[in-house]
Write a protein that binds this ligand. Structure first.
Ligand SMILES: Cc1cc2nc3c(=O)[nH]c(=O)nc-3n(C[C@H](O)[C@H](O)[C@H](O)COP(=O)(O)OP(=O)(O)OC[C@H]3O[C@@H](n4cnc5c(N)ncnc54)[C@H](O)[C@@H]3O)c2cc1C
Length: 257
């Protein structure tokens, strides 16, 4: 496995005392806040997705709310955020679905991690609280939102019907994971150069409002797409309280959260 604990953000090799203090502070924080665990299974769902099972005593008796996030630690203050698909507080285990979009720390970790590897993370912590959805939901997102869509099943059918629409880079890569997770009702739209696929998402959202006037909207994934859909729905008279939004990534930003 690549040494992801390499000092990627550590400052200056010429100041060993600062490094020492930073290291000490980090290890104290780790002990207080972090959950040590082990990766117990990694399932490749096609080339671009990994379902990663994380297990350990530190995950037992934990209060998890569907939609929460965890922040996986790679060392040297580098962390990346994922959405548990489920959480078993009795067994002490959770699963995350990681998208391998490129070669940056999160994607590389997910590509290389194996059963038996240690995994330390922070959380679960609040992000989108899916238990607060109290009306038929239109869920918009992308590859990074599939875990969130799967987690929604843990609050169904209380909130009523759900339509999920995802913008994706590859229909083929995404269909495979959607089928593996039993989320076949999800609408998957391939990204286009000019973002014209977002007009199709707007049309789906508009149809949803017409049949479900008090609908909830759950928007996650790419920041600029969320902004566009949010503004479009705002112009249709959708009120702020109907939205549950969280940007998961933005081009050019690292570890957005
Ligand atoms: C609350 C929350 C929950 C999340 N849940 C999940 C989840 O369950 N599964 C999951 O896979 N991701 C999830 N994400 C998104 C994930 O944390 C980001 O994609 C993260 O940037 C990946 O880290 P990285 O080191 O691979 O890329 P970074 O080093 O953070 O980013 C490097 C560059 O890669 C590009 N990039 C980053 N993410 C993507 C992407 N998805 N597609 C295309 N280009 C990208 C950007 O241009 C960025 O500048 C979540 C994020 C948040 C905030």
């Amino acid at each position: 496995m690549t040494d992801l604990s390499a000092p990627q953000t550590r400052s200056d090799e010429s100041t060993p005392s600062l490094d020492k203090r930073t290291g000490l502070f980090e290890s104290v924080l780790h002990k207080i806040l972090m959950r040590p665990a082990q990766v117990t299974a990694v399932e490749a769902l096609g080339d671009k997705f990994r379902m990663i099972t994380i297990q350990g005593a530190a995950l037992q008796d934990v209060q998890w709310t569907p939609g929460d996030k965890i922040q996986v630690q790679f060392g040297g203050w580098v962390q990346r955020t994922y959405t548990p698909v489920e959480w078993d507080p009795v067994q002490g285990s959770t699963r995350i679905l990681a998208y391998l979009h490129g070669e940056s720390p999160g994607a590389e970790w997910a590509r290389r991690v194996r059963a038996g590897d240690e995994c330390t993370f922070f959380g679960p912590r609040g992000s989108i609280d899916l238990t607060k959805i109290d009306s038929p939901a239109f869920v918009f997102g992308d590859e990074t939102s599939i875990g969130l869509v799967a987690a929604l099943r843990h609050v169904q059918p209380a909130a009523g019907p759900v339509l999920a629409a995802l913008e994706v880079t590859s229909l083929q890569d995404t269909q495979e994971v959607i089928q593996a997770l039993g989320l076949e009702t999800t609408r998957v739209l391939e990204r286009t150069g000019e973002d014209s696929h977002l007009s199709a998402v707007e049309k789906l959202a508009l149809d949803w409002v017409q049949t479900h006037p008090s609908a909830s909207f759950v928007l996650s994934g790419k920041a600029s797409s969320i902004q566009r859909i949010r503004q479009f729905l705002g112009r249709q008279g959708i009120k702020g309280r109907q939205f549950h939004n969280k940007a998961y990534w933005a081009p050019g930003k690292k570890g957005l959260d």
